[in-house]
Ligand binder design. Structure first.
Ligand code: NAP
Length: 746
């Protein structure tokens, strides 16, 4: 057996938290002996009888003798006294830590009580508990899969912090580190305030007349809301007093919120009421999605300011080789159109109803941005969104930078749309988005008179100065990019005169089509699109078709897996997006479009695909911009085709969510697929390939493409870093599994 982390642990305050710490240390073999110090002989007897500790003393200095770790878990208000009492027994190298729910006051008390030993004090707080107290409630699994916050100060010995971190980790907890002030503020808002409100609501109602009568009719909501009022009043009394300043600040914020609510109720202001509740709804949805922990939710939760030990919430796909795809597969709504429906619906006059909205994180980032700018948006619920448009000039300044998560579309299109607003705004993104080029949109917008600055090397954050009059320009796009074209056209809505853009090759034209759908005139002439500024968007009903980029994985999967037969209903087949179908057909794929129809200005069809032998081709460069997002999937088709597939003219792939040429090449290499990388493309030689480990680098399309490769691999494929699949295709694993892919999410 390996050496335990500590020789002797002393628990001071053997209640729920201390008892559970002792039980977990025992169960995981983390100390040779565990003792307790308590003012009550009865508690010590109980602890020994339960097998939680070996021994104990009512004399605290006696209890900590020979201990190399002391864990203090008394009420916070008692900690100063307790630390002073145990100090004479401390050995020179002993580490002292605690589990108190408030950190600022405990740290001041420890500084005073411990004197020269203060540098060995590591303040901590396990975010785990129960409504029970006392050692009889001790639970060895209490901290497993829970968080523990450590708040070391500048004086804390880093080696001591590391050892405390190690013991919590060994108990199965996830350790976070933050400043004591931040801890107290966050806990005041998210734990102390809700407890105070629950106690207060029950008390307020109980004071009124016959409380029995009220509680008899109390519905489930009351029970849910007030569950935490069953917590230990002594402990909470203690916490409210000890975290006074932060709690009062949180209460102040809350009173402001209640005042806004009261005002809206009083005035019968349904826009304001819906605004508050829809924002709350979406904020809670993000909170609940925390376990999914994609880049978007992580930063929304402020975790960028927290250091965490573990990436365990980032799923890995374990693919068993073989299988085939069958059935009717309804893939999620089109991402490009979902983004634009929110943007144009927000700027329209009137109420826009959207169906088939993609509830992926990228489109949700756009939705949240407009909520932050004062637009009331109901939903999304089952793909339905109702947007209460504020008109072209009705957006309000957001209170904080707009967070775009992983979404390049949101950031680039919003840069254009916000260039002509009256207010300043800053756009930020996650680590991956923060590496993507933004000058390509900033440059033409500056020519229009916008004041935009970008970060290091032209990357996010993007800062836009408000109140700049824009003038129309003509812009010849240097690259075939729908995002840049759209940003300039959206800026053009606010410019004086006609703004026109000419593209070197056709790119997706959803912005132009949807502007038309909202009644905004767009002049289209060959490769040029143009808008006049100062017009008006009129609310409408929109049905977002299924996303061909998401369908692409199934087009490829069904083509390469023998015996497959799949129907993908209601997929958008806008000619600027169907490059993937054309390319796969050139390779010999059996793809048919059935039931072609028009849905709100966009062509849609049911796509039927059956397995077929594929052959390598030279991909026509004219098709490259029309299939730009689908190349990861096409590369997998190429790996299964007979002969060489050659791609050139696709340098744009290097600045997507990842460098898609290199990341795909690395993955293909891991599976043993013969290939050669070019600056602007790749050669892939098809044939049999094996299994292996693939890094998706957080790129959703890379992850899903390699998932499809498993249909033809000779060995299992492990795909890492798959959290961002939720950005474009929530529910992918489930849907693909249902269709026949052997996929396990770990
Ligand atoms: P608990 O079950 O009531 O245990 C508290 C322990 O502290 C008992 O062993 C008690 O000893 C001792 N104690 C009480 N008053 C004392 C005093 N004035 N002087 C010396 N010892 C005293 O409470 P708990 O839930 O474990 O909470 C302990 C600490 O953990 C608190 O600081 C709390 O803020 C923190 N915490 C609690 C939770 C939670 O959900 N419960 C979660 C995270 C952190 P006797 O048995 O001898 O009376």
């Amino acid at each position: 057996m390996s050496e335990p982390l500590f020789n002797r642990i002393a628990i001071i305050g053997l209640g729920l938290i201390g008892g559970s710490f002792a039980a977990a240390a025992r169960e995981n073999g983390l100390a040779r002996s565990i003792v307790a110090g308590s003012r009550s002989a009865r508690t010590l007897e109980q602890g020994i009888a339960l097998g939680v500790v070996d021994d104990g003393s009512q004399d605290l200095a006696e209890a900590v003798k020979g201990a190399d770790l002391v864990f203090v878990s008394t009420p916070v208000s008692a900690m100063g006294k307790v630390l002073a009492a145990l100090k004479p027994g401390l050995s020179r190298t002993a580490i002292v830590t605690d589990g108190g729910s408030v950190k600022g006051n405990v740290i001041s008390a420890a500084r005073q009580a411990l004197g020269e030993h203060y540098s060995r004090f590591v303040p901590g707080h396990p975010i785990a508990g129960k409504e029970k107290s006392g050692v009889s409630a001790a639970d060895a699994t209490l901290y497993r899969d829970h968080r523990v916050i450590l708040t070391p100060t500048d004086d804390t010995d880093p080696a001591a912090t590391a050892k405390v971190r190690a013991i919590w980790t060994a108990m199965g907890a996830e350790v976070l580190q933050m400043s004591p002030q931040y801890h107290d503020q966050v806990l005041a808002e998210t734990s102390h305030l809700p407890h105070l409100l629950a106690f207060s609501l029950v008390d307020t109602l109980a004071r009124q007349g016959d409380s029995n009568e009220i509680f008899r009719y109390a519905a489930g909501g009351f029970r849910d809301f007030t569950r935490i009022a069953s917590s230990d009043p002594v402990m909470w009394h203690d916490i409210f007093r000890e975290n006074k300043a932060a709690l009062l600040q949180a209460l102040g914020l809350f009173s402001d919120g209640i005042d806004r609510f009261r005002d809206a109720v009083e005035k019968g202001d349904s826009d304001a009421l819906m605004g508050i509740m829809t924002r709350a709804n979406s904020a809670r949805a993000h909170f609940m999605a925390m376990n999914g922990r994609t880049s978007y939710t992580r930063a929304q939760l402020g975790e960028d300011s927290i250091m965490t030990d573990s990436s365990k919430a980032n799923p890995t796909y374990l693919m068993t080789p073989g299988g085939k795809l069958n059935g009717r597969i309804r893939v999620p709504g089109d991402k490009s159109m979902s983004h634009r429906s929110i943007m144009l619906g927000s700027l329209a006059d009137g109420v826009t109803e959207v169906e088939g909205f993609l509830e992926g994180e990228d489109a949700l980032a756009t939705l949240q941005a407009f909520r932050d700018m004062g637009v009331v948006i109901e939903g999304p619920a089952n793909g339905q969104v109702t947007i209460h448009g504020v008109g072209l000039n009705g957006l309000k300044a957001p209170e904080k930078p707009l967070y775009m998560g992983n979404s390049g579309t949101s950031m680039r299109l919003l840069t254009g749309l916000l260039a002509g607003q009256a207010f300043d705004v800053e756009l930020t993104g996650d680590a991956s988005l923060s590496k993507r080029p933004m000058e390509r949109v900033a440059k033409p917008l500056r020519e229009m008179g916008a004041q935009i600055t970008t970060g290091n090397e032209g990357r996010p954050p993007v800062r836009i100065r408000g109140g700049q009059p824009l003038k129309a320009i003509h812009y010849d796009l240097p690259m075939a990019s729908a995002q840049v074209k759209s940003a300039v056209l959206l800026g053009g809505l606010y410019a004086e005169g006609e703004t026109s853009v000419t593209e070197p090759a056709p790119t997706r034209d959803h912005t132009e089509r949807m502007l038309g759908g909202f009644g905004y005139a767009v002049r289209r002439d060959g490769a040029t699109s143009a808008v006049n500024g100062g017009g008006k968007l009129t609310a409408c009903k929109l049905e977002v078709p299924a996303d061909i980029s998401s369908a692409a994985f199934f087009l490829v999967g069904a083509s390469i897996a023998e015996g497959s037969d799949v129907t993908l209903p209601h997929v958008g087949i806008n000619p600027t997006r169907t490059g993937v179908i054309d390319i796969l057909k050139l390779m010999g794929a059996d793809i048919r479009l059935e039931n072609q129809r028009d849905a709100g200005g966009e062509p849609v069809a049911d796509i039927v695909v059956k397995s077929a032998p594929l052959k390598g081709i030279v991909i026509p460069e004219a098709l490259v911009p029309l299939a730009i997002d689908e190349f990861p999937a096409i590369f997998i088709a190429a790996a299964c085709a007979e002969g060489d597939t050659i791609l050139h003219g696709a340098e744009e792939l290097r600045v997507k969510e990842s460098d898609r040429i290199q990341v795909m090449a690395d993955g293909l290499a891991a599976l043993g697929v013969d290939h050669e990388v070019f600056d602007d493309g790749i050669r892939i030689t098809g044939g049999a390939f094996g299994g292996g480990e693939v890094q998706s680098h957080g790129d959703h399309r890379i992850a899903m493409s390699f998932a499809m490769a498993a249909l033809r691999a000779n060995g299992p494929i492990t795909i890492h870093d798959c959290a961002n699949v939720a950005t474009s295709f929530p529910g992918f694993a489930q849907l693909a599994g249902h269709a026949g892919l052997n996929l396990e999410v770990k």
